[in-house]
Design a protein around this ligand. Sequence first.
Ligand code: ARG
Length: 266
Amino acid sequence: MNIKKWSLVAIAGMLAATMALFGCSSGDQGGASNAAGSDGGVKLVNDGKLTVAASLDFPPFENLNGDKPEGFAVELMNALAQEMGLECEYLPSTKFDTIVPLIQAGGKADVGVSSFTITDKRLQQVDFTDSYCDVNQSLTVRKDSGITEVSQLEGKKIGAQSGTTGYEWAAENIKGAEVTAYDEMTAVFAALDSGQIDAISVDLPVANYYVKAYSDCQVIKEIPTGEQYAIAVSKENPQLTKDLNEALKAVRDNGTYDELVAKWLK
Ligand code: ARG
């Protein structure tokens, strides 16, 4: 890697750190008043376990290391489960746009944890816990494309993950763009790298992470969409949402949350 590439990686790292500082260290969001785990009203797919559905392609939040889930949200879920006296169990990686319907239908997973931005549309299908992270969107292009402004993307090919806020942002905001949906975030970056698309619209911390590996690509814009990540829970399981909010408050109060931010998001 030459010096220019290194400095871009450094800038990406600094951007990520800024995001973490301003995005993911925000204070308590209130919460219910019962002690976590002290009630009998929670329904679980498997007794004693918090079963999680996730699209494990979104580092640094949820990703696969070999066949092991890892990342900020994975460790956060482990900490929350522990607070609730439960064991945390991840299902095999699940296609992103099927997770909200899966939680709504019930029976397979207790929670959907995939950097879900709270949106009005999703709130019609599932409940969300208090938010655990704030992020913005971003645009990534190939360095040799000469593209530095959103206006240069008019009529161009944009890639995004199917069912994401990034897909919606591109479809609504880039004039005449041809927006292609991919199942996996990994495939979106591969498509940009190989020239099948001209740009990617995705959550900024994730773009910053991927461009470390795709050094021919760079993030050109942060788009201030002001999104908040939360855990998706069935509307039929309000006690679980309450308990998760209690547990979230506990891990914020006991310093675990900040440790995870320092480990994964700085
Ligand atoms: N925050 C965006 C959304 O809610 C993207 C999330 C994608 N998550 C993933 N694990 N691939 O639509």
